[in-house]
Design a protein around this ligand. Structure first.
Ligand SMILES: Nc1ncnc2c1ncn2[C@@H]1O[C@H](COP(=O)(O)OP(=O)(O)OP(=O)(O)O)[C@@H](O)[C@H]1O
Length: 259
């Protein structure tokens, strides 16, 4: 097989003691894909992201990023978490420029570079603000800008909008779609929301109840440019019904398994 996959899972399993979290998962993510993973709670979605980032290792099988296995944290991956992992003692600008400092950029270069991403995520005027003065949505914008500024090969999002109110969430979703349309970064994104998956993704991977396996892998052919209005289209409703059918069966299995 000659695909130039950015991420490649080959027969990956992960156990924690006697608990089998993931079972024999194989799939590739190609450059520029926006893959959203959905599935019942506890099916191993975060485990997959953590292993790609190098925070954890598979028990069996191989995970390659850009053709290489990693035994530690992979600097080619940038992660955005549900809880805004910002440095509280740094301003917005310094948070965003932090990785650039590590890369040895001068102060002037960092400021200029950070400014580009501050504009991109709509935080102009907040450069000197500290995280505690920002709303949840604004903090998550800083987290996204910080990852973008580091220009990783892969962006990993672990339920980044789950803690936000519905309206802020929709605004950030539309902003992320726009950024994706401009930059075509390779993205893996976890959510429990099928609507979020359909709005954002180019492809949706549905996981089974634990131990997680891939039960469906669906190309999302909703057209770009995309915004929340896409939810009114017939194709959207058709895709949603289809995905909900398989997610629902797995959620029921996981509830029965937990009972
Ligand atoms: N470090 C760990 N030690 C022991 N068990 C773990 C560890 N990390 C995850 N697990 C277990 O592995 C399974 C998969 O967890 P994971 O967090 O990947 O699921 P998830 O699909 O992301 O869940 P959720 O949607 O609820 O966030 C769960 O049963 C969890 O309790």
């Amino acid at each position: 097989m000659t695909s130039n996959a950015v991420i490649r899972f080959s027969d990956v399993s992960k156990s924690y003691g006697s608990l089998l979290a993931l079972n024999d998962v194989s799939f590739n993510v190609e450059e520029g894909e926006f893959v959203v993973i959905v599935g019942a709670s506890g099916c191993g979605k975060s485990t997959m992201l953590n292993m790609i980032a190098g925070f954890d290792q598979p028990s069996n099988g191989r995970i390659e990023v850009q053709g290489k296995e990693h035994s530690g944290v992979n600097p080619q991956c940038g992660m955005v978490f549900q809880q805004y992992a910002l440095f509280p003692w740094m301003t917005v600008e310094d948070n965003i420029a932090f990785g650039l400092k590590m890369k040895g950029q001068s102060k002037a270069e960092r400021r200029q570079h950070a400014q580009e991403f501050i504009e991109m995520v709509g935080l102009r005027g907040f450069e000197k603000a500290y995280p505690k003065a920002l709303s949840g949505g604004m903090r998550q914008r800083v987290a996204i800008a910080r990852v973008l500024a580091n220009s990783p090969s892969v962006m990993l999002f672990d339920e980044p909008f789950a803690a936000l109110d519905a309206m802020t969430r929709q605004v950030l979703q539309e902003e992320l779609v726009k950024i994706y349309e401009q930059q075509r970064k390779t993205i893996l994104f976890i959510t429990h929301s099928i609507d979020e998956a359909l709005l954002l993704s180019s492809r949706i991977v549905v996981m089974s109840a634990r131990p997680g396996r891939i039960v469906q892998d669906i190309q999302n052919d909703l057209p770009h440019p995309r915004n929340a209005e896409v939810q009114l289209s017939e194709r959207y409703v058709e895709l949603k019904r289809h995905i909900w059918g398989s997610v629902q069966a797995e959620v029921m299995r996981s509830i029965e398994g937990a009972a």
